[in-house]
Design a protein. Structure first.
Length: 259
């Protein structure tokens, strides 16, 4: 399918690997001019070069911490009028809520709630003026099926979800959509880190934790970051203009709820 967004400009955060990279790849393959960001400069450069070679279109990159005002400003200096924004930031650490002080909570909120809100604030009016905008926030299936060990992530991402629910309806008439994509268990560095932590806390080995995770997924496997990217790219497409304010699960059927 031609997504109808060739030549559009996009900023994709957290795109040196995993879900962000999969999304940047899918957009670039459809002809979008993509600027990717992450904290790791070397890995980010390698990702940009690999995607550029595959897509036949130059993918720009900038090492920046999108959870900071300076990082977001640096990206907007390179791409001041994006048509597409994909918010994505690494999740906070797992653990026991009894160990989390105020500073830990504030850091989680800044990374997984406030940074996305401030980035949306910076680009939204330009999208409205141009009568086209696609904003996708990569959150987590834990918004719908929270686990105590991921309490920091649950809380911050649920706050972003509530914010988007109201704003998306306020701007829909201007050709701007805002959606959240809730990934389940995809084969990423982040998931491997979570499984390692679970193994440490439970006294099991990593392979046992990973096998149990796969068993819990009706699809019988972990997700592929590239299939995640394809779904995000569709939400950024011309054809997705009637989809907004949604929380879309990509979880292989793991969350059992109907709504």
């Amino acid at each position: 399918m031609d997504l109808g967004i060739a030549g559009r400009k996009a900023i994709v955060c957290g795109a040196s690997a995993g879900l962000g990279r999969g999304t940047a790849r899918a957009l670039a393959l459809d002809g979008v001019k993509v600027l990717i960001a992450a904290r790791s400069g070397d890995r980010l450069k390698a990702a940009a070069e690999a995607i550029s070679a595959e897509a036949g279109i130059e993918v720009a990159y900038l090492a920046a911490d999108v959870t900071t005002e300076a990082g977001r400003a640096a990206l907007l200096e390179v791409c001041p009028d994006p048509d597409i924004l994909v918010n994505n930031a690494g999740g906070p650490p797992t653990g026991d809520f009894r160990d989390w002080d105020r500073e830990t909570w504030i850091k989680a909120l800044e990374s997984n709630m406030l940074s996305a809100i401030f980035f949306i604030q910076a680009v939204l009016d330009g999208m409205i003026a141009r009568k086209f905008g696609r904003i996708v926030n990569i959150t987590s299936y834990m918004v719908k099926a929270p686990a105590a060990i991921l309490g920091l992530s649950n809380g911050a991402r649920a706050g972003l979800t509530g914010f988007v629910g109201g704003l998306s309806r306020d701007v829909a008439a201007h050709g701007v959509t805002i959606n959240n994509v809730l990934p389940g268990q995809f084969d990423t560095d982040r998931l491997r880190s979570n499984h390692t932590r679970q193994a440490e806390l439970s006294g099991r080995d990593f392979d046992a934790v990973r096998a149990a995770a796969i068993k819990s997924i009706p699809a019988g496997r972990l997700g592929d970051p590239d299939e995640f990217g394809a779904a995000c790219a569709f939400l950024c497409s011309a054809q997705a203009g009637f989809i907004t304010g949604q929380n879309i699960l990509l979880d292989g059927g793991q969350v059992p709820g109907l709504l």
